[in-house]
Design a protein around this ligand. Structure first.
Ligand code: NAP
Ligand code: NAG
Ligand code: NAG
Length: 317
């Protein structure tokens, strides 16, 4: 009798836990990074958003909607705007610096790469006006303009990483990672990681362009894959949002095409950072508590991939 009661309690606990797990709202979904920090699976992309007033208005909406991860970059020239906006917005939203997660990226420029990377990180922190950055990425495995088509950036990447590891040891940055790295570049980094393995690799990722081998490799190595251009980017969004297969699945599931595209990534444990200037879209993009049936996942996974949207060169040595 006793034992039966015990088993019932265990069973109930399991059921309740599983149900609670299923009901975690998408905005609260987190992954644990190698440092132990937890990072939201859905972040807010700020590429193309500039100016203090515009940034403040948009981030005000994003924080109200529930976003806590802000994806920025020196390349977007908006680190300072974000810093100023947050000074006003954090108190307004009853938040502190610790409640939000700031990602930024080392711009692909010659005078920031290699031995200059540590200084570049410090300058980024100054622009934000904060004490630290949560996640700092090497934006690109090389810099522009390419000095020569066959420039070998291998040694420079290694030096860059070494500088970022120093920044992490000193607490300037909590986590470090990379962006736009392919398997070869990741392998090279993992072979000689100076004691810190990359927390994430942020790459272009959507039904028209997904590198499944890269995802498999990242999962095996414990490097989280984070998607950009999940909705096709600002200039090319109709390509994905109006794709017949995406629209059909959206109608069937009573979701928007954007929700289908974001959920398609999350359901494969790929993190997302959609950008939006529209409050309704911001809400929609966090409202992802549904499941795409396996058959529909297959349809999206097996579409003929039109290829990448970003203009980054394909091959960087
Ligand atoms: N690491 C890299 O090299 C790299 C490169 C590119 C981008 N990124 C990062 O990735 C982030 C996302 O990229 P992105 O903003 O260029 O492109 P995106 O997220 O693929 O698409 C943004 C576009 O989709 C629209 N949109 C958003 N939600 C929608 C919804 N629910 N329904 C309909 N339309 C919707 C937005 O319009 P509205 O404003 O009207 O909502 C906007 O024009 C960037 O902000 C940046 O942080 C990183
Ligand atoms: C690039 O340089 C590294 C050493 O810094 C070397 O190991 C690698 O083979 C080189 N790659 C190519 C394609 O030349
Ligand atoms: C994306 O948009 C740019 C700018 O409008 C255009 O040049 C490019 O061809 C588009 N790419 C795709 C894949 O549609």
């Amino acid at each position: 009798m006793y034992l039966l009661g015990y088993y019932l309690v265990v069973l109930l606990t399991v059921v309740v836990t599983v149900r609670a797990g299923r009901n975690v709202r998408a905005k609260d979904l987190k992954v644990t990074l190698p440092s132990g920090d937890k990072m939201s699976m859905i972040g807010f992309g700020t590429g193309g958003i500039n100016g203090v007033k515009t940034m403040t208005n948009i981030l005000d909406d994003a924080l109200s909607a529930g976003y806590r991860l802000i994806d920025a970059a020196a390349f977007y020239e908006n680190e300072e705007d974000i810093g100023i906006a947050l000074k006003e917005l954090l108190p307004k939203h009853h938040l502190t610096r610790n409640d939000i997660f700031i990602t930024s990226k080392l711009a692909p420029k010659k005078d920031l790469f290699g031995e200059h990377a540590y200084e570049a990180l410090k300058q980024a922190i100054q622009r934000f006006g904060t004490d630290y950055i949560d996640l700092y990425l090497i934006h690109f495995p090389g810099y522009f303009p390419l000095p020569e088509p066959n420039m070998n950036f291998s040694a420079l990447r290694d030096e860059t990483w070494k500088q970022l590891v120093k920044g992490q040891k000193e607490g300037l940055v909590r986590n470090i990672g990379v962006s736009n790295y392919n398997i070869r570049q990741l392998k090279e980094l993992l072979r000689n990681d100076h004691g810190v393995k990359p927390a994430i690799n942020q790459v272009e990722w959507h039904p028209d362009y997904h590198q499944d081998e890269l995802l498999k490799f990242c999962k095996k190595q414990g490097v989280a894959l984070q998607a950009y251009f999940s909705l096709g980017g600002v200039n090319n969004k109709t390509v994905l949002l109006e794709k017949p297969e995406v629209k059909q699945i959206a109608i069937k599931l009573r979701k928007s095409p954007s929700q289908v595209l974001l959920k398609w990534a999350l359901q494969q444990n790929v993190l997302v950072v959609p950008g939006s200037r529209t409050r309704k879209h911001m809400d929609q993009n966090l409202d992802l508590n549904f499941k795409i049936p396996e058959a529909d996942m297959k349809i999206l996974n097996n579409l003929k991939q039109a290829g990448r949207i970003s203009m980054f060169p394909d091959i960087i040595i």
